[in-house]
Design a protein around this ligand. Structure first.
Ligand code: PXP
Length: 255
């Protein structure tokens, strides 16, 4: 029996920046969150610099690159602006994603079949700069075929449809989506691509998808940040309670 390769965890810290930006200050800091995640076992950090800078900002990306000890995966749309920033930042990897201003999150995969002419120069420029390119696509055979033709070394399979179907209790759709992921991962691996997956994963779906030996990296963000809030709020509340009690006690002893 051959052993499956290790499965890396890329922690996406975008939504730490979402919370920071709600107030416009410096707290919470996505770079500090990245350092905490690495300390706890993350194999890499993922951040998406969107055109509208709704969460991660240019200086976050620069600080991540200089401060973290693990690979940085720079998610971005294939635009001249982002290409320029990525070539300046020199992350270990770039994940090309579709981006629409109105969307709440990255809703679908890249259309590599329909946009191969536009994507080709971005991929070769990044390849030439020694940055590992990953294409975020649906587990669709034609998309996978074109990703290989375009010489992207990596694909990331969009798991959002599968995760949503499970969350909605739609067992039939979840089964169909799961089969697509299983077949897509096998096809991509046999086409010589490195296979990653991500979007919408939680503890249960991460555990399930970890059974696929072709997948070597999962990128997970929203659920982890939500869990960090829910599991970390008790400790933060205790520390706040203690700070207030100390303040009162000091004032009482000074009176
Ligand atoms: N991978 C890619 C390419 C993404 O665009 C995202 C969302 O930014 C993720 C993974 C992480 O998805 P989630 O935040 O739902 O875990």
């Amino acid at each position: 029996m051959s052993l499956a390769p290790p499965l890396r965890l890329g922690v996406n810290i975008d939504h730490v920046a979402t919370i920071r930006n709600a107030r416009g200050g410096k707290h919470p800091d996505p770079v500090r969150a990245a350092l905490i995640a690495i300390e706890a076992g993350a194999d890499g950090i993922t951040a998406h610099l969107r055109e509208d800078r709704r969460h991660i900002r240019d200086d976050d990306m620069a600080r991540l690159k200089s401060d973290i000890s693990r690979p940085l995966n720079f998610e971005m749309a294939a635009t001249p602006e982002m290409s320029r920033i990525a070539l300046m930042t020199r992350p270990n990897a770039v994940c090309l994603v579709p981006e629409r201003r109105q969307e709440v999150t990255t809703e679908g995969g890249l259309d590599v079949v329909g946009q191969h002419n536009e994507l080709a120069p971005f991929i070769s420029r990044l390849n030439d700069a020694g940055i590992r390119v990953s294409l975020f696509i649906a587990a669709d055979p034609r998309q996978i075929e074109w990703a290989a033709k375009l010489r992207a070394p990596v694909i990331e399979i969009h798991t959002g449809g599968w995760c949503d179907a499970i969350a909605d209790g739609n067992a039939a759709k979840a089964e169909t989506e799961w089969k697509r992921i299983v077949h897509g991962a096998a096809l991509a691996k046999s086409a010589g691509l490195e296979v990653h997956a991500g979007h919408g994963l939680d503890y249960a779906t991460a555990e399930t998808i970890a059974s696929l030996p072709q997948i070597v990296e999962l990128n997970i963000g929203h659920y982890l940040v939500g869990e960090a809030i829910e599991t970390g709020l008790a400790d933060a509340t205790r520390r706040m309670r203690a700070a207030m009690d100390r303040g009162r006690a000091k004032a009482a002893s000074a009176a």
